[in-house]
Structures are given as structure tokens and as C-alpha cells.
Design a protein around this ligand. Structure first.
Ligand SMILES: NC(=O)C1=CN([C@@H]2O[C@H](COP(=O)(O)OP(=O)(O)OC[C@H]3O[C@@H](n4cnc5c(N)ncnc54)[C@H](O)[C@@H]3O)[C@@H](O)[C@H]2O)[C@@H](O)CC1
Ligand SMILES: [K+]
Length: 504
């Protein structure tokens, strides 16, 4: 699914109005109807609903919702944030229409007029939407904080008030919503981690915006959906043998961190790879061969950490390096040798990335078939500090093009930046995956997919999606608290089964 900017959404509204054709008032009615139906379906209409409106079109949505709820006999009180200026045309028209249904309309001009909100109240936030052009201040900021700090359930229309569509609102006041009802497609602000606590659960409602605009408009970023996953995933042929699915090499583990090697090995095997060889310090051979009998192990010359590359690198279809390898000088040397000698697709994770950030000259050795999988801290070590998630995303896109690599920024809605400028947010996964070893599992999956012939972009999209989906299955059965990284691998089978079912 394409992710649009505030400007693109405005143009999409205008395109629909001109080409359907439809009036902007009718389009607002559709948006309000979709929101009202959602409120009725979710049974929020059994409580008293307080609707807070600005005087732009977001406020117009709020007034229309109020009228539609009153028609359904739902008790509603309306508050209008008074700016002293006339509202937008569609706001004014909806205010006229609302006067036929209620007199319970209050104009807010001071904090004394703010209502007390109770636990069972529902608040509709229709103060500001995509028209926000400066941080909130003064009485409006006070009102947003008053609502956010109340025990009421807050449902934001289009965006929580105070949230910018395309840039950070990190230092500013923003409504803390429990649900956000947005229209048609995601906006970047609804996907970044720093906004997650303000958006609550995001629900996209269809309002019949013109499909031709969507089809013909290029988006800088997309959300992974079933359609893209279906187009990437290749079902196995009935007559396949293990030689068809590649031989992967994983360089992982050090003394005390053999567990990372085991986690990545198990995940790699469960991703469908034909053969797996682990290269690990000699201290890792017994635990690895015991825990993962399906993998071959070839030991390093060193007992406790990696110091050399395996012989005959040409045997391998794909290579993963990083889980638990630590930061020894000799390990940095082994990484350098690997980058010089190996030209097959490669995943670099964890300490391999930390070594890259310590020895900046190693980045020059990255070839075009590399996937880097930093979490935010590793990303910062590699590429420097960024002020907020929007800047980090922008930098990831810049670096993916500059280094000619796929960069996977792990986290809430993991972000994938590809060298050709395309970029993706993941739609699967949950906070239960923020647990030790979760990244090691992803390295194993990505390496396994690369070995099976998926290119770096395909492997990153499919792997990140499957990893998150396995996490969702694990959380559903075990809880986000109790699930561990090993459970991600255990549920990978269920995730693959879901792909096969949707791929018929
Ligand atoms: N036909 C359309 O264009 C549709 C618009 N829709 C709604 O319209 C919204 C956008 O409406 P508008 O463009 O009127 O914008 P808003 O209603 O978001 O904002 C209204 C005005 O508030 C002012 N403002 C901006 N930042 C402010 C701040 N910090 N403090 C005080 N005032 C501030 C600006 O002058 C802005 O134009 C969407 O978010 C959506 O809810 C929907 O009804 C769907 C159809
Ligand atoms: K809003």
C-alpha cells in the first residue's frame, strides 16, 4: 500500500472532487459516515460522546459525525475551539446543519470552559488534521493536554491533533489518542515508533477517493501488504531437492554467546534453506551440534572468538555474519577478509555492524548484494545521531543509495530502505519481539532466503514480514511478555503456511 504525504492527500481529495465528480461537502459526508459507522460497529455509541472541533475541515468532519450520531439517537455534546475567525466553508455548512439537531454546542475560549471528562466518556478529536502547519500553543495546547490527561477514551479523526503528517512532533504537544480513524492509506506519521503512543490503534476507513489518482501517483514509501508478499513468495516445486534451496553460511557466536549462533542457525534452517554451515569459534562446536543437528559446523582457528574466514567460500550461495561475534581486533580482520573475498549475497548484523562503525574503512568493501540490519542504536553508531524517526528514515534512504545496500532499520514497523530509492514499512510484528535474540533470528531468516535465490530486496521484505508474522502468532498464543526469540523460529512454520494459503 502506498504511503502518501499531506500534499498528495490534498491532491487526491481535489482530484476526486474534480473527476468523480463530487462536492467537497459530499466527500466530507462520506468521511463522517465512515467514522460514524465505525463508532456504531465498535459500540462506542453506548457512552456519551464529546466531540471537539476545530474550524477547518477536520472540525467539519467532527460536526458531520455529531449530526449523524444524533440521527441515530446517540447522546452527543459538541465543543468548538473558538479562534474568532470564520470556519472553512464546509465547516460553516455543517454547523448550520447541526443546529437543526441540537443546541448542545459550546464554544471554548478559556480553560474554565473545558468540560470534566470521565472514565466512561468518549472523546472525538476533530480539532486539527492534515492542515496543521505549526506546533500547538496557548489555549489549544492546553485543551489537547486536558483531553490527553483525562481518563476518557480518545478517538482521533484523521490524525491526533498536533501530529504533523510528514515531520516529527517529538518536542511538541500532541493529542494522545486510543484510536485514530484515518482515510484510505497510511501517512508516514502513523507508522513511526515515536508517534505510536499518540496514534493508539490506527484504523483505515475507505471513503471512495478516486482510484485513478492512487494508481498513477508515485509514493516514496510503501507499507508491506499481502499483495507485495504474494508477488515475492515462490512456492516450492513438487520435484525439488535440497540442492535447489542453496547452501548458507553463518558466521556467528563467541565465548558466552553461542546462543546467538544457535538462534540464527535454527531460524535459517526453518526459513527453507537446503544446507547450512556454521562457522564459529571452537568453543561453540559441541553446543551447536547438540542444539542444531541439521547444521554442519566448521570451526574457527580461535577457541573463543572469530579470527579467520572459512575455507572454500565459493561453496556458499549466501552468507550471514554478526550474531554474537563480539568486537575483537582479529574478528574485525576476519570481517575484512570476508568482505574482500566473498561476493555472494550477504547479511551483516549486530557486532558485524558495530565493527563497521568502529572501522569505517570497512564500509568501502560492502558490495551491492548486502543487507544491513541495524536496530536504532546500531544505526546511530554506523551513520551518526538523528534527531527523530523521520530523520532516521531519511538517512536510511540516503545511505541505502550511497552504499548500494538494503538497510533494514529494525523496530516498530521495521523500515526497509532499498538502493533504488524504494522503501517499505513492515505491517507485521509486535512489542513482544523486543527481546534478546530476536535480531539473531532475523539474520538467520534473511540468510536462508538469500541462499534460496531471493534477491536482497525480496529477501528483506519477505523475511521481515515473516519474522513479524511469526511474532504475531507467538504473541497470540504465548503473550507478548512470555514469548522469546526461539518462539519466533517455532512459529515461522505457521507464518509460511499463511503465505501458502494466500498464494493459491
Ligand atoms: N474534501 C477534503 O479535503 C476532505 C478533508 N477531510 C478532512 O479535512 C482535514 C484537513 O482540513 P483542513 O485542510 O481544513 O485543515 P485542518 O482542519 O487540519 O486545519 C485547519 C486550519 O487550522 C489552522 N492551523 C494549522 N495549525 C494550527 C495550529 N497549530 N494552531 C491553530 N490553528 C492551526 C490552519 O490555518 C489550517 O488550515 C483532514 O485532516 C480531514 O480530516 C475529510 O473530510 C475528507 C475530505
Ligand atoms: K484530529
Amino acid at each position: 500500500m502506498k504511503i502518501f504525504t499531506a500534499g498528495q492527500i490534498r491532491n487526491w481529495d481535489a482530484y476526486t472532487i474534480a473527476n468523480e465528480p463530487i462536492t467537497s461537502l459530499q466527500l466530507m459526508e462520506r468521511a463522517a459516515t465512515a467514522c460514524t459507522n465505525w463508532l456504531l460497529e465498535q459500540r462506542f455509541t453506548q457512552q456519551h460522546i464529546h466531540i471537539f472541533c476545530g474550524k477547518g475541515n477536520n472540525g467539519g468532519d467532527g460536526l458531520a459525525i455529531a449530526r449523524l450520531l444524533l440521527i441515530q439517537a446517540v447522546p452527543v455534546t459538541v465543543y468548538i475551539f473558538e479562534t474568532g475567525k470564520k470556519g472553512s466553508n464546509d465547516f460553516q455548512r455543517n454547523l448550520e446543519l447541526l443546529h437543526n439537531h441540537t443546541t448542545d454546542i459550546h464554544f471554548l475560549q478559556s480553560t474554565d470552559a473545558f468540560p470534566t471528562l470521565q472514565q466512561n466518556d468518549v472523546v472525538i478529536d476533530a480539532l486539527l488534521g492534515t492542515g496543521l502547519d505549526r506546533p500547538l500553543e496557548g489555549l489549544l495546547a492546553d485543551l489537547v493536554q486536558h483531553i490527553s490527561n483525562s481518563p476518557a477514551t480518545v478517538i482521533a479523526i484523521d490524525l491526533p491533533t498536533g501530529m504533523f503528517t510528514d515531520k516529527s512532533c517529538k518536542e511538541a504537544v500532541c493529542m494522545r489518542a486510543d484510536h485514530t480513524l484515518s482515510f484510505e492509506v497510511y501517512k508516514q506519521c502513523l507508522l513511526v515508533a515515536e508517534n505510536a503512543e499518540y496514534c493508539g490503534n490506527v484504523h483505515l476507513l475507505a471513503i471512495g477517493l478516486h482510484p485513478a489518482y492512487y494508481e498513477t501517483t508515485l509514493a516514496a514509501q510503501q507499507l508491506m501488504d499481502a499483495a507485495i508478499i504474494r508477488s515475492i513468495y515462490k512456492k516450492r516445486k513438487a520435484a525439488a531437492h535440497k540442492g535447489n534451496f542453496g547452501h548458507a553460511l553463518l558466521l556467528a557466536g563467541s565465548y558466552g554467546k553461542t546462543g546467538a549462533a544457535i538462534l540464527s542457525a535454527k531460524a535459517c534452517l526453518r526459513s527453507g534453506v537446503g544446507l547450512l554451515t556454521m562457522h564459529t569459534p571452537t568453543c561453540g562446536i559441541i553446543p551447536l551440534q547438540t542444539a542444531v543437528p541439521e547444521a554442519m559446523v566448521e570451526t574457527d582457528a580461535n577457541e573463543k572468538y572469530l579470527s579467520n574466514t572459512p575455507a572454500d567460500l565459493l561453496r556458499y550461495a549466501a552468507i550471514g555474519i554478526g550474531p554474537g561475534i563480539d568486537l575483537h581486533e582479529e574478528t574485525a580482520n576476519a570481517l575484512m577478509l570476508l568482505l574482500q573475498q566473498a561476493h555472494q549475497p550477504m547479511v551483516l548484523d549486530a557486532d558485524a555492524l558495530n565493527l563497521l562503525s568502529i572501522k569505517k574503512e570497512l564500509s568501502a568493501l560492502l558490495h551491492t548484494d548486502c543487507i544491513l540490519t541495524p536496530h536504532p542504536k546500531e544505526f546511530e553508531r554506523l551513520f551518526g545521531k538523528t534527531a527523530n524517526d523521520f530523520e532516521r528514515i531519511e538517512k536510511a534512504q540516503e545511505k541505502a543509495t550511497e552504499l548500494n545496500c538494503v538497510i533494514v532499520v529494525k523496530g516498530h514497523h521495521t523500515f526497509i530502505a532499498c538502493p533504488d530509492g524504494t522503501a517499505w514499512f513492515n505491517s507485521t510484528g509486535n512489542a513482544g519481539m523486543a527481546t534478546a535474540g530476536s535480531g539473531d533470528v532475523l539474520t538467520g531468516i534473511l540468510t536462508g532466503l538469500l541462499a534460496q535465490g531471493y534477491n536482497t530486496t525480496e529477501a528483506a521484505i519477505l523475511g521481515v514480514y515473516l519474522h513479524g508474522l511469526a511474532g504475531d502468532f507467538a504473541a497470540a498464543e504465548l503473550s507478548q511478555e512470555a514469548m522469546t526469540a526461539g518462539d519466533l523460529t517455532r512459529y515461522l512454520g505457521k507464518a509460511f503456511l499463511q503465505l501458502s494459503l494466500t498464494n493459491r
